[in-house]
Design a protein around this ligand. Sequence first.
Ligand SMILES: *Cc1c(COP(=O)(O)O)cnc(C)c1O
Length: 360
Amino acid sequence: MPVDRVRKSNSRLDGLIPYDPKSLAVDVFLSANENPYDVPAGVKAEMFERLAKLSFNRYPDPLADGLRGLIAEKEGLEKSNVLVGNGGDEQLFNIFLAYGGPGRVFLNIPPTFSVYAANARLTGADVVEVKRFDDFTIDEDAVCERVARGDIDLVIVGSPNNPTADLADAAFVERLLDCSDALVMVDEAYIEFSGRTLRRLIGKHENLVLLRTFSKAFSLAGARIGYILASPSVISEFCKVRQPYSIDAIAQTVACTVLEHRGEFQQVIDGIVERRALLQGELSSIDGVEVFPSDANFLLIRLPHAHEVWETMLEKSSVLVRDFSSGDYTRNCLRVTVGTGEENGRLLEALRSAMDEVGR
Ligand SMILES: *Cc1c(COP(=O)(O)O)cnc(C)c1O
């Protein structure tokens, strides 16, 4: 008799829910923290010229050496301090393959990016939580005390943190780096909107990893390129677990072109930072809306009946923001990406009328 069934998957997958970014087709999409503007036309034209010369039959450079060199130069570091990946997401996977796993302990500081804890569970690592205060600032003493006990293998600090939008204090991160030999990743996916990187600490602390991406400030969410900056000893551990050809030749070419023209993105980044301040002011002026300070390209807000408001904005105005209202630590919170001036206007209009409809 042929068997028409499949055996159960790894029990670590029990209860895991696939990551769902809820990307619905809408008029105003402010839910994924993307750059509202595509790559400038001139830069795109140069990409296409370079792509036309690619040999598609050949495997790509496994370590994206050209791109790695450009990143090292931009950061004033050595190539041995840089490792490129298939989006920041690949590096968030690799870090748990290399430093997580069974019998290992990850310290999480929620509310934060859900991928961290999901990858910890997937690799069988234990998760210890030191939750943020009610205003979403980090309980720095509690984190350092817990890590100083010595059994924590890995810590990730978002800076600016997603979804709370705040930068981590540099003195706190240094204290954390000094209080044990745990690997500390500072996720700087949004750093270009704050201008305050911890790059200067690379070389001073062997246990520091910075995570960066081209997906946000550099308009390349569609191309999947991220990288880490770390000590050579940590980079070589990541090299052991990474997939050899994770960054395809197209993405390497695209990212090199963007990096060579990175100056052209500065105006767009400055514009987003300016509109963040405007949007912050407008949102705060709405009765019932609490806005948290932001160093990123998004704002976290708290309001009554957030889920109903989210749904109404989507259905009545075709405006999509991210709903965090069912999260354990983010009750009644929504996260809104800073868009173009027009998109922000539509967001405000949709939010006001949804709140009028749902009630405060
Ligand atoms: C967007 C993001 C990343 C990286 O995303 P990729 O598109 O995979 O490069 C990493 N961390 C956080 C917190 C993010 O929001």
